[in-house]
Design a protein around this ligand. Structure first.
Ligand SMILES: CC(C)(COP(=O)(O)OP(=O)(O)OC[C@H]1O[C@@H](n2cnc3c(N)ncnc32)[C@H](O)[C@@H]1OP(=O)(O)O)[C@@H](O)C(=O)NCCC(=O)NCCS
Length: 200
């Protein structure tokens, strides 16, 4: 698989008729917390916490180097995270959530976040990525249902949306069983802040 990294000479993103050349993809930082939560609330609503995949993310840190944001002049306009999981006995990553601010959609920003994330995951030696999402969006990146047929998630899910990508050919071939979280546990103080914000 050939992937193109986040080009340091950023391709312009067009907002209306005006080029916005400063939209760039970079690492998420702790200072992005509020803006990222706001973006996710706007994109998915409160129901995002009820999703089965949330059970694989809650109380965990995202995979190191695989929490990305898109920013326009310092303002957060996109987010994508990947998480350590085990796909049965196979170490893998879970992708999501992916969200782009409404005003910036359909200008290739989602693709840029995905491209950077896949490039970084492959460069770091990860073999496989799972996600639950819309196949028409993710299939062009190589995700397919056939890679997850032997796997199940820890809760209800629309199986047609449960997709996998092999960064290493055959990485998911023997993957059988339940997908479980495998990321480093988040600090209790962080979890407390997160819970407070959710409750607000
Ligand atoms: C999905 C999302 C991240 C795409 O971001 P984006 O920056 O608009 O993505 P891109 O510009 O790279 O791609 C846009 C294309 O993807 C298509 N697309 C967007 N969401 C899609 C979806 N759920 N299913 C299929 N196609 C989709 C758009 O129609 C557009 O097609 P076009 O180029 O022919 O106009 C953004 O629409 C979003 O934040 N949606 C709400 C959150 C969400 O649903 N995230 C998970 C997706 S399963």
């Amino acid at each position: 698989m050939t992937l193109i990294s986040n080009d340091p000479v950023q391709a312009p993103v067009f907002i209306g008729a005006v080029a916005a050349p400063y939209v760039f993809v970079t690492d998420e930082s702790p200072a992005d917390f509020e803006a990222r939560e706001d973006l996710l609330d706007a994109a998915f609503g409160a129901a995002r916490f009820d999703k089965t995949v949330e059970r694989l993310r809650e109380g965990r840190f995202p995979a190191p180097g695989l929490a990305l944001v898109a920013k326009d002049a310092g303002e957060l306009v996109g987010t994508l995270r990947l998480w350590h999981i085990r796909a049965g006995d196979v170490p893998a990553l879970l992708l999501g959530p992916l969200a782009v601010d409404k005003a910036y959609r359909s200008r290739g920003l989602g693709r840029r976040l995905m491209g950077e994330a896949l490039f970084r995951a492959m460069s770091a030696g990860h073999g496989a990525i799972l996600l639950v999402g819309d196949a028409p969006y993710y299939e062009p990146f190589g995700f397919a249902r056939r890679h997850t047929l032997g796997l199940s998630l820890p809760g209800p899910v629309d199986e047609a949306r449960f997709l996998g990508l092999e960064l290493d050919d055959g990485a998911l071939k023997g993957a059988r069983g339940v997908v479980t979280p495998a990321g480093a546990r988040d600090l209790p103080v962080h979890r407390g802040v997160f819970e407070l914000r959710r409750a607000a």
